[in-house]
Design a protein around this ligand. Sequence first.
Ligand SMILES: [Zn+2]
Length: 379
Amino acid sequence: MIFLNKKIRLILLFCAIFATHNVYSNEKASISKIRFSGNSDSLRVIIDINNLSKHEISAYNNPSRIAVDLFNVKFSDDFSFPQPIGIIDAIRYSEFNSETSRIVFDLNGSPNIKNVRVLKPSSGSIRRLSFDIISDKKNIEIKKRNSKKNYNLRKTIIIDPGHGGKDPGTSFPKVVSEKDIVLRFSRILKKHLSRNNNYRIFLTREDDRFVSLIDRVNFAKSKNADLFISIHADASSSSSTKGFSVYTLSDKGLDKEAEKLAAIENSYAMANSRYNSNYLRNARNPSDFVNYQRKLKNNRFKSTKFASTLTSRVKSKTPLLNNPLRSAGFAVLKSDEFPSVLVELGFVTNEFDRKNLRSGNWLQTISSQFVSAINEYFK
Ligand SMILES: [Zn+2]
């Protein structure tokens, strides 16, 4: 059932937390170098970092790649890495947000990881994060042995409560504020979804704080989101307008993003020297662009599929807005990396909806419908 999706994501997760040094306590730790050693059967990747505090290594199929997330570290100004060799086709790196730096190894074989270690040489503060990428043949037995303990199919769902902090969203003065309703609903939804061990669930904000739109998207990327759901409430100048609706990225939004990326890609292609030395900064390279539109379209197709599943589940419990499946160029929907929808739970300007939005029972009921739609989507 899970294999219905042809794009099967294989996730192997290796996490570790290490006590931090005091040496650089006032300074953010930095990643200075990537090195390779070993041979074609087993290639060792070594990443030099001073003061590493936490890391997460994930492996994916289709396309085959390994992502190394390093928390609270940045790339040093003279960060260097070798030419790709063996199973490694390309290396990309980026600082996703203020907390997470990521290195991606694009592979031409299966992402089989072994021997994840952090080594601390006897002198200095450098730590070495290393792991081995094992060639397919050698790994057949390892894969079989691990197959019972299968973390591969856990899906990462990002719930994005809109607005927050200085941005209250829409409101019906003195009665409801969008930022509060959507946070309340998001927490309920997270609680409901957490009962299912197949899901990892993250909120883009856990409390009443302002989070920029780009940070919301980058957060989702840093968590390798499989689905992004932005939660909002609507307002209308007409108090009779009511109902639930779901937005996906519009054609216009799609084209605009592709154009923007194309402009960036073209500038890389022209500045060839820069391409060689540092073209991977911001995780964009020309080969990405080849896949970019395809990925964006593919994810939009999935987004639309989820949006229609969701509305069909919700409509048995609450009224829908006319044409409840809508599209627009919302910033949080513009990622090629995961399917995303933006939900408007109802209108704060309509009395009927307002009563629902303030009702714990209604929020619970709607949340259950979300869970059932999410289960159906990932089936
Ligand atoms: Zn909103």
